[in-house]
Design a protein around this ligand. Sequence first.
Ligand code: SF4
Length: 399
Amino acid sequence: MLPEHCQKNDTVPPRSTIDSLLARLRGLRPARPFRLMEVCGGQTHSILRHGLDLLLEEHANIQLLHGPGCPVCVTPAAYLDRAIAIARLPGTLLCTFGDLLRVPSGASGDLFAARAAGARVQTCLSPLDALDLAGRNPSLRVVWLAIGFETTAPAHALALRLARERRLANFCVLPSLFLLPPVLCAICADPDTAPDAFLAAGHVCTVTGPAPYEALAAELRRPIAITGFTPEEILLGACHALRLHAAGTPACFNAYPSAVHPGGNPAARALMRETFVPCDQVWRGLGPLPRSGLALSPDYASFDANALLPPGTLPAPAAAGGAGADDAPACPASKILRGLLAPPDCPHFGGACTPDTPLGAPMVSPEGPCSAFYLHRPRVTSSARPPAPPRISRRPPAS
Ligand code: SF4
């Protein structure tokens, strides 16, 4: 099931709102294609579901690129090998978000198959559910798979603090947490292929506040618009990215002020600082990136489930693989996640590679860009886009 913020996108905004936004976009239309990347799986789904990419190309010469915004997709295969090995340990209950169950590991199948073979794997909606299971089952060792971006890290952090307060010695976590600013830097490493601007995910910035993206826009010399998930919020974000680009202003604009406040969520950030420290991280499809993840802080080292496996039994997630090493050799995930290839233009899209038989990172979760295209445009290639207007299309007035 898609996250709640995706389901809310079923609401079609008033026609006047869309007309007004498209008129603003037409007024900003650049002569050459403007490459705008979103890095949020929820936004990717909303864009494809409502045909916003087609609208933006038609009205404003904007080419939308779909970056590495799905945390399940970028979770490295080696991490899942470790999770499955831990799930097989006697007396262990492995708890996870449900969308990790079908994600292929490097060499151990997936969690779903591990459960079918007898491992104890339980899906939970929240790390606090796993914490409750630990409290109610003192004879079991409960291991929580703490994955995600800055959005979900505070919930993992809260579970850790509560576990310490409750002296739950049978609760631990296997972290695979990602920070978005470093991956945007990596995507911009080649100025010839870097996007012209980014849409930053509103829910991430609700936690962090706009400050990290203000610094990043200046560093990358590219505009960043913080935006939400509905069609009108995404179109508004595109307007501001284009406006800043046209003005030659590499700044960050908060187009989602109803949720993103200066300073973000101070309580959440304090929890994250208490429980986690920055670390190098491997991104599935992109390889290792310095200081792009979070590991447990020294104060919480006793909750680290990595210690359950003898050293050297499996590669540590932070040490495994280079770009694309996690995926099938034929999968061009690193090009997809950098916006250099559109999912439908991959030769495996919809054939050898589907959500049921994913070859690579962008197809493994419902929030991945290949999976989103498969769901909403299964028979469309980027070079043969449909002539029919999308669901909320508003054509410009005839001249
Ligand atoms: S369609 Fe499959 S093989 Fe092609 S890039 Fe996407 S995940 Fe990789």
